[in-house]
Design a protein around this ligand. Structure first.
Ligand code: ZN
Length: 233
């Protein structure tokens, strides 16, 4: 029986839902994020706001919420040239992947998270990767995560479990899952505090939260929210 989990928590809609999912299941939940020269520090600020709002609004979860970790993964910026690490317009590339794809990013994150979990005595890693609203990121695939679970468990001689609660659900179902886990207060918290927009835009508040409304991340989030609430998308 696993009692503790480490959630890869970026402060977005998906990872906030995963954090709530973990808090509803495990006795102790820690969080980790990676600073890799994101174009916008807003993401890293959002996660602190989400954690604070959970502590204030969900006392039954606050007691389980353990240490938060921020690891420097800036080496990614040195080895890749993508729209997430540089001031480049978001576009599709010739290979069919958006230029927001950072090669090896999730592989590196899972490895760092497992090393941290090893030290903290945590066996379960929770990540919000998803094949359903698939951006084409090969390191978000279920097969990739299963292979990582085997590789990390063998390579560290410690049995790790990688949980991916969002793998087979779409963005509308992710909002529904949030409502199931924490009711309307959790949905409101995610709308208000989580951040998804690739452009780091937070001046405009929509029904689904803050964002430019135009980038691929905003469009996915807005369309999912519209389906969730039954409003015209
Ligand atoms: Zn946006």
């Amino acid at each position: 029986m696993h009692t503790s989990a480490l959630v890869l928590f970026s402060g977005g809609q998906d990872s906030t839902t995963c954090l709530a999912w973990a808090l509803s299941r495990y006795e102790r939940v820690e969080t980790v994020a990676f600073d890799y020269g994101q174009r916008h520090r807003i993401e890293l600020d959002a996660r602190l706001n989400v954690v604070r709002a959970i502590r204030e609004g969900f006392p039954q979860w606050a007691a389980k919420l353990g240490e938060d970790h921020l690891l420097d993964a800036s080496v990614l910026g040195a080895v890749s040239d993508t729209a997430l690490t540089r001031e480049t317009a978001i576009a599709m590339q010739a290979n069919g992947l958006p230029n927001t794809f950072v090669p090896g990013r999730n592989l590196l994150f899972m490895t760092l998270a497992a090393a941290l979990a090893y030290r903290r005595g945590v066996q379960v890693l929770v990540t919000g990767v998803c094949e359903t609203d698939f951006s084409g990121y090969p390191d978000c695939r279920d097969d990739t995560m299963k292979a990582m679970q085997v590789a990390l468990s063998l390579g560290m001689d410690r049995r790790f479990l990688i949980e991916t609660p969002l793998m087979w659900i779409d963005k509308a179902a992710t909002w529904t899952l949030a409502r199931t886990l924490g009711g309307a207060p959790l949905v409101d918290l995610i709308v208000e505090h989580s951040h998804t927009c690739y452009l780091g835009e937070r001046s405009q508040r929509h029904a689904w939260g803050y964002g430019c409304g135009q980038c691929p991340a905003c469009q996915l989030r807005a369309q999912g929210f519209a389906r969730f609430t039954g409003a015209p998308g």
